[in-house]
Unconditional design. Structure first.
Length: 268
């Protein structure tokens, strides 16, 4: 099948930078993958034999037109829906039947396109409400909140209410909430939507920084150019299937990708 090769096909044995600056070899990295997943609604197959891979310390794009099956693929990985066929694996363990909360405990988190912060709470309260159910000590919660705010450069927004944030600021807080539980993989659904150009560049840098810290990142976004700029590898979906895959240069030069999605005049 076109596009069946995963990121490792173009990056064999590559080294990855860990959170403390240590180098993680391929053998030590985590792997999240789908193998031939299928999902049907009312006899319509919206995801058809989709296989993809995301390794820790890599950014992978899942791109395609509306209705391609990207969101359903995301939902299948996170556990919102269960595929009718195929399997989902984390480091070789079949997690297809695991509920959402157990996948989260294993380090898989999801950031939806829709606003997810509490508008009447401050930024700090928005993070605290995620951490408190984990049973952490109060000082550990405070320390983790401070670390995340520094990392995402939003210390100055700590006391701001959610409703007062700009689109870019809101997205940063949402990413911070997703990172609060220290996941290994994060799925970002339209992270650049509704964000101004300056904030978009900041979000791109945040994604690069998370990659350096060893997170595996899967992105779906209609801002194709900006998404490919941060991706190590990308898959193009249409009508529920993977049409092609490769590094950004491969995607841009692909006749199939241009015909079905990018357009003949697309450039970086």
């Amino acid at each position: 099948m076109p596009g069946s090769a995963g990121p490792e096909a173009r990056f064999p044995g590559c080294d990855q930078i860990g959170a403390a600056g240590a180098v993680m070899k391929e053998a030590d990295s985590s792997l999240l993958e789908t193998r031939g997943i299928i999902k049907e609604y009312r006899r319509r197959r919206v995801v058809d034999q989709v296989s993809l891979q995301v390794r820790s310390g890599k950014v992978v794009g899942l791109l395609g037109p509306n209705g391609a099956g990207k969101t359903t693929t995301f939902y299948s990985i996170v556990g919102f829906v269960r595929p009718d066929g195929g399997n989902i694996y984390l480091d070789g363990e079949d997690i297809t039947s695991l509920p959402i909360h157990k996948r989260a405990r294993k380090g898989i988190t999801y950031l939806a396109q829709e606003p997810s912060i509490f508008k009447k709470l401050t930024v700090e309260e928005n993070i605290r409400i995620v951490l408190e159910p984990l049973g952490l000590a109060k000082n550990e919660i405070s320390n983790r909140i401070e670390e995340l705010m520094v990392e995402l450069k939003i210390e100055h927004l700590a006391d701001n209410k959610g409703h007062a944030l700009s689109g870019g600021e809101r997205r940063r807080v949402e990413i911070m909430r997703a990172l609060a539980t220290r996941p290994r993989f994060i799925l970002l659904d339209e992270p650049f939507a509704g964000v101004d150009p300056l904030s978009l560049a900041d979000l791109q840098q945040i994604i690069r920084d998370l990659k350096k810290k060893g997170l595996g990142i899967l992105i779906s976004d209609h801002n194709v150019r900006e998404t490919l700029q941060v991706c190590d590898f990308a898959y193009i979906m249409s009508n529920g299937q993977i049409l092609t895959s490769g590094v950004a240069e491969d995607i841009i030069e692909s006749e199939v990708a241009r015909k079905m999605y990018l357009g003949a005049n697309f450039t970086m």
